[in-house]
Design a protein around this ligand. Structure first.
Ligand SMILES: [Fe+2]
Ligand SMILES: [Fe+2]
Length: 293
């Protein structure tokens, strides 16, 4: 379990990379914003929701960074659990140099949070952001995992891959880092946990993806994208950070082959040609004495 003393502290998970999340024991899902500090500059990844803002901001301040030195807010998609605090962040950072970095597809949704910060789309900056020191973040698209414009961010310096909702899980029995027991590495997800855990962490990750990802194909493709990146750690926006390679491989294998994901679960058992009966609608048109096609 998470050490309660750390509850109010930022946790450095790699050189200059701070977990600034808020663990709510009463909730079954919590968020993990991350701050990357490089010299006198910083960027915030998936900054968090409106209710989480005070806790996240307190942790950002505890890293020692001056808010106006935050140069960019990276939003890896447009959901409220990561973008909800945008207006609050803007007013505290209060800097004309602040930028939002995100994919074009996210911009039209992010503007509804009421922010006024200029947005740079990733395609206009070559899918890269560099600090003054040369430290570089690289962005990779993971479309429909789980939104059209979803992407992930790789910090070349630390090898940390920030994956937003990918590799997320529910917060039951949460810990900041997850390392699977040896016996769990070939977990079949069936029957009792071989390590005797009451909540299977692998099952929790799989359940999260079944519910949140759009389809088997989108998730499988995302695993292909991730596998091509030379990362050392995976830092998701929900759930636990993964740094043990065997744990990562185990989870990647499960997610690559996961069935009943998103719409595939909802329409389970129906083949493509069995979906899409619009005859009732056509019938109504016919009853009005009209006909199309
Ligand atoms: Fe999301
Ligand atoms: Fe999320």
């Amino acid at each position: 379990m998470f050490d309660d003393k750390k509850m109010f502290e930022p946790v450095e998970i790699g050189k200059g990379v701070f977990w600034t999340g808020f663990y709510d024991k009463a909730a079954d899902l919590h968020c993990n914003p991350y701050l990357i500090v490089e010299g006198d500059e910083a960027v915030l990844i998936d900054g968090g929701s409106r209710p989480d803002f005070p806790g996240v901001m307190m942790k950002i301040m505890k890293t020692g960074i001056i808010p106006e030195n935050i140069k960019a807010l990276i939003y890896q998609h447009y959901d409220p659990d990561l973008c909800g605090s945008l207006p609050h962040l803007e007013s505290i950072i209060d800097s004309p140099g602040l930028r939002i970095l995100t994919n074009t597809e996210n911009i039209r949704f992010i503007r509804h949070y009421g922010g006024s910060t200029p947005v740079q789309s990733l395609d206009t900056i070559g899918y890269k952001f560099s600090f003054k020191s040369g430290r570089t973040l690289e962005f990779f698209n993971t479309p429909y995992a789980h939104t059209q414009g979803s992407f992930i961010t790789f910090d070349h310096d630390t090898g940390i891959l920030f994956t937003s909702d990918l590799f997320g899980s529910y917060s039951n029995n949460w810990q900041l880092f997850l390392k699977l027991e040896e016996k769990c590495l070939d977990c079949s997800l069936e029957g009792k946990c071989p390590s005797g855990l009451s909540i299977c962490p692998v099952k929790s990750v799989c359940q999260f993806h079944k519910g949140l990802m759009t389809s088997e194909r989108a998730l499988k493709y995302a695993m292909e994208v991730i596998s091509s990146i030379p990362f050392e750690k995976i830092a998701p926006q929900h759930g636990s950070i993964l740094e043990d390679l065997e744990t990562i491989v185990c989870i990647v294998k499960h997610l690559k082959n996961l069935k009943d994901v998103g719409v595939d679960a909802y329409l389970k058992g129906l083949s493509y040609d069995k979906i899409g009966n619009i005859n009732p609608l056509l019938k109504r048109l016919e009853l009005k004495g009209r006909h199309i096609g």
